[in-house]
Design a protein around this ligand. Structure first.
Ligand SMILES: *Cc1c(COP(=O)(O)O)cnc(C)c1O
Length: 385
């Protein structure tokens, strides 16, 4: 009999979702409008300390709306990190604008401030400075990017910052929530994220007008009139009140989920530090001074040259044999076939991360028995290395 599968990051219900769902169904508010949406928006705003929130059907939609509201269009440039999920980048192309891929730096694995400035200077030298419409850092695996440095560069060149905080709900940088540093920010409630609405996203901003505009655009851009009248192109991007009910049940346990994910990280860290005492050199994504990660996923770097030839792929395959899911880090966007024609600035750090990095099972519902299975596989691999 095969062991049940251990997933990388499965949904984890709190048990409280049912009450909210029954309330929603009983009240007939099953449309993309209703009280749970309003309350969940307030709860998210209160949590992150942003004054306004608009719930949407995905973070990808939220990113699309951020770009539209910044006026990003045909031929404009959006600078984002190459090491990310494709949901950061597709909306740039929806707008017919041009993604410029920025490398990672080795500490947080997020946007390298040096490569960012290099990209800005290069575009400026080509006379394209006024076409750079946004800088979008990503806080991968929950880890805050080097925000001070990125914000300083953005201010120096007068470029707005928008944040893809899809993976980092609850993470903070100098006691302020990721997603609230730029003009706008987004979170994802996709099924694999730290909390989920099965699928969904949130757009936050301290600018009320932007959030009102987002709600307008997300509901087909309907003008104020008794009939359906439209003066602008809109989208059908709003979250359902039913899913907001799930979100309310999930929000109640966010702190617990962060604590569980961070405990997973510590458990892996202790395990691998022990191996490092035995001559290995396994590395982690490090919290910089003042930053606090929700540790959505725990990932390790295994450079075969420093680990007696052991590779991340050997570990992944050994785990897979035992029905345990792990996954390489995000493949850099500039190496994706679909984005091969876009420019990249950097020294190859993101590519190296992809070549040696592995995301380990990180669900908040991992049990002691699951960890025994995982460490059992890892022990065997290390013994045979
Ligand atoms: C998951 C994710 C997205 C997309 O979120 P959806 O809600 O699935 O659209 C975007 N960016 C990053 C970094 C993500 O991890």
């Amino acid at each position: 009999m095969k062991n049940t599968r251990i997933y990388l990051s499965p949904p984890h219900l709190s048990g409280k979702e049912t009450d909210f769902l029954l309330k929603v169904l009983g009240s007939n508010w099953i449309a993309p409008i209703g009280p749970e949406l309003n309350v969940l928006e307030e709860e998210i705003s209160n949590l992150v300390g942003s004054s306004n929130c608009c719930l949407l059907n995905s973070a990808t939609s939220a990113i699309h709306l951020m770009l539209i509201m910044l006026g990003v269009k045909d031929g404009d440039y959006v600078l984002t990190q190459t090491h990310t999920h494709v949901g950061s980048v597709n909306p740039i192309v929806y707008q017919k604008s041009i993604p410029v891929f920025i490398d990672s730096e080795p500490d947080t694995w997020n946007m390298s401030p040096e490569a960012l400035e290099e990209a800005i200077l290069s575009l400026t030298n080509q006379g394209k400075a006024d076409r750079i419409k946004a800088i979008m850092p990503v806080h991968l695996y929950g880890m805050p990017a080097k925000l001070d440095e990125i914000l300083a560069i953005a201010a120096k060149y007068g470029i707005p910052v928008i944040e893809d905080a899809a993976e980092s709900l609850g993470s903070t940088y100098k006691d302020k929530h990721t997603g609230t540093f730029g003009k706008m920010g987004v979170y994802s409630f996709n099924g694999n994220k730290i909390i989920t609405t099965s699928g969904g996203g949130a757009l936050v901003s301290n600018d009320k007008a932007l959030i009102e505009k987002a709600r307008f655009l997300a509901t087909q851009a309907r003008d104020k009139a008794p009939h359906y009248q439209h003066s602008e192109i809109g989208y059908n991007y709003r979250l359902s009140n039913v899913l907001a009910g799930i979100g309310r049940g999930q929000m109640q346990v966010l702190d617990e989920r962060i604590a569980q994910r961070r405990a997973n990280y510590q458990r892996y860290r202790d395990y691998f530090e022990d191996k490092n005492q035995q001559g290995y050199h396994i590395q982690f994504q490090e919290e910089a001074e003042g930053s606090y990660s929700n540790r959505w996923l725990t990932c390790v770097l295994i450079d075969p040259e420093k680990n007696k030839g052991l590779t991340h792929e050997k570990l992944r395959l050994a785990l897979e044999v035992e029905n345990i899911e792990s996954r390489p880090l995000w493949k850099p966007m500039h190496l994706q076939p679909v984005f091969k024609d876009y420019v990249f600035f950097g020294d190859g750090t993101a590519e190296q991360l992809f070549n040696i990095g592995l995301c380990l099972p990180s669900g908040s519902n991992l049990t002691d028995i699951d960890f025994e299975r995982i460490f059992g596989v890892l022990d065997k691999v290390f013994k045979s290395t």
